[in-house]
Design a protein around this ligand. Structure first.
Ligand code: SF4
Ligand code: SF4
Length: 168
């Protein structure tokens, strides 16, 4: 039978026999322990999050906030542009008509009675912030969505998104 080879680059490998020092393993164990010990005295690469927090970049995009105006009324008019701009389809809302007695609560005649962001879908791209014509939604640069074991905890409603009222 004729054997055809594609190239002549074939290399036959042989296992090198272990030396005496390699066979007793002790130098390798000591070397490993020395590496471990040397790491004890180095500056730690990790921090005790969430008790400790690293300073964030000014352009970091974290958890959303629905802003109020100077009088404390919600800016969002439920126009839906943020939901339209969202590539992850993470935003849902329900629009409602403002009643005359609610003038102080909502800036415009229409407002979002329900506004939800699914943080498991969100990729924190900031397009919702850019699309908003009312400067109502922003991504905070110093707050992250906290971790949780429950999926429901990542559906953020108005109770967690709307800016708290300033009392003074
Ligand atoms: S940050 Fe991006 S992905 Fe997240 S809700 Fe806004 S538009 Fe959608
Ligand atoms: S947050 Fe802005 S873009 Fe989104 S519905 Fe409200 S007003 Fe419209």
């Amino acid at each position: 039978m004729i054997e055809y080879k594609l190239t002549n680059k074939r290399k036959i490998m042989f296992r090198k026999p272990m030396t005496f020092m390699e066979r007793i393993y002790l130098p390798a164990v000591l070397k490993g322990m020395a590496i471990t010990l040397s790491h004890l005295f180095r500056k730690k690469a990790t921090i005790q999050y969430p008790e400790q927090k690293r300073p964030m970049s000014e352009v970091f995009r974290g958890l959303h906030i629905l802003k109020r105006d100077e009088q404390g009324a919600e800016r969002c008019t439920a126009c839906g542009l943020c939901a339209l701009a969202c590539p992850a389809e993470a935003i849902t809302m329900t629009a409602a008509e403002r009643k005359p007695e609610e003038k102080k609560l909502y800036r415009e005649e229409k407002y979002a009675s329900v506004y939800e962001i699914n943080m498991l879908r969100c990729i924190f791209c900031g397009l919702c912030e850019e699309a908003c014509p009312k400067a109502a939604i922003f991504l905070q640069n110093d707050v992250m969505a906290p971790a949780s074991f429950e999926r429901e905890d990542f559906i953020y409603g108005k109770d967690r998104l709307v800016e708290p009222l300033k009392l003074n």
